[in-house]
Design a binder for this molecule. Sequence first.
Ligand SMILES: NC(=O)c1ccc[n+]([C@@H]2O[C@H](COP(=O)([O-])OP(=O)(O)OC[C@H]3O[C@@H](n4cnc5c(N)ncnc54)[C@H](O)[C@@H]3O)[C@@H](O)[C@H]2O)c1
Ligand SMILES: OC[C@@H](O)C(O)[C@H](O)CO
Length: 306
Amino acid sequence: MPADDSARDHLTSRTIPQLKLSTPSNALTAPGILPPGVSPAERAQERFAIQGNAIVTGGSGGIGLVVIRAILEHGASGIAIFDILGSLETAKESIEALRGDFPNTRIITFEVDVRDEIQLEARVKEVVQELGSVDMLLCLAGVVHTQHAEETASRDWRRVMDVNTTGSWLCAQAVGKQMIAQSTGGSIVLTASISAHRVNFPQPQVAYNTSKGAILQLARSLAAEWARHGIRVNTVSPGYMDTILNHGEGLEECRNIWASRNPMARMGNPEELTGAIVLLLSSLAGRYINGADIVVDGTRNDPTFE
Ligand SMILES: NC(=O)c1ccc[n+]([C@@H]2O[C@H](COP(=O)([O-])OP(=O)(O)OC[C@H]3O[C@@H](n4cnc5c(N)ncnc54)[C@H](O)[C@@H]3O)[C@@H](O)[C@H]2O)c1
Ligand SMILES: OC[C@@H](O)C(O)[C@H](O)CO
C-alpha cells in the first residue's frame, strides 16, 4: 500500500471513530444552538441574528452607512458611530434616515480620531454608559495614499499606518478591554483589503498595502489571545467597492481598469459586503469563525498584481 494510503487508512480507522465518540449526541441542540421545534423561517432568521451593541469606526463612510443598516436589520440593539467631525456632518441626513427606519434602536455618534487612544478609551466608556455594553466592534476607518514608493513622504506613510493599522489596534484594544471586563465575549471585525493580499494595479500605494497586510496578522494575533475570553476577531478583505474612497482625483481611469480586469467585469457595491460582515458578527452562524479573513472581491484570481 502506498505511504499516503496507509496514512489515510490510519486516519479513517482510528481518528474518525474517536471523533464520533467524543462528539456529544446533542451537539446541535446544545445551549446557544437553535432549539428544535422552531419554524424553518425562525431558524433561518435566528441563525444570522446579531445581538447587542456595536461600535463602528469610520461608520459614516461609504461602506459604513450601508453595513450599519444591515447590522440593524439583523437585530443589533444599539450602534455607536465613531468618526471624524467632517464625515459625521456629511452623513448627518443618512444617519437621521437610519434613526427614522429603526426607531427602537439607539444610534449614537461620537467624534473620534482612531489614532487617539485617550479619546478612544473615554468614548468606549461613554458608549457603555449610554448603551449598557459593547458587544461588537467593526473597524472601517481608513485612508488611502496613492503615490510612487520613492516619492512617498514619511508623513504620508505614517498617516496611513496610523489610521489604518494603529487605529484598528487601538480600537480593538480599547473595546477588547471592555469586553473582557464585561465577561460577555464579543465579535471584532477589522477591515483589511485585497491590498493585503496582492499589489493593486495600476495605482501605486505602498503605505496602504502595507497597512492592510498588517491588519490580517493583527486580527489573527488577537483571535488567538482573546478566544479564551469568548472574543472572536476576524477580518474582511473587500475588493474595489464603488465608494467615495475610489472616486478621488485621477481614479476614473483606474475604475475602468479595475472593472475590466475583474472576471465579473465590475466593481463591487458596498451592499455586497454586508453578508460577510453579518456572518462574522452573528452570534450563531459566526460563532466558530475566529482568526479568519473573508475576501469579497468578485474573483478567485490571486495574482501578485491586481
Ligand atoms: N471602498 C473600497 O473599495 C475598499 C476596498 C478595500 C478596503 N476598503 C476599506 O474599507 C474601509 C471603509 O472604506 P470606505 O470605502 O467606506 O471609505 P470612506 O472613505 O467612505 O470611509 C472611511 C471612513 O473612515 C473615516 N476616517 C478616516 N480617518 C479617520 C480617523 N482618523 N478617525 C476616525 N475615522 C476616520 C472617514 O471619515 C470615513 O468616514 C476602509 O478601511 C478602506 O480602506 C475599502
Ligand atoms: O484594495 C482596493 C481598495 O483597498 C482601495 O480602495 C483602493 O486601492 C484605493 O485606491
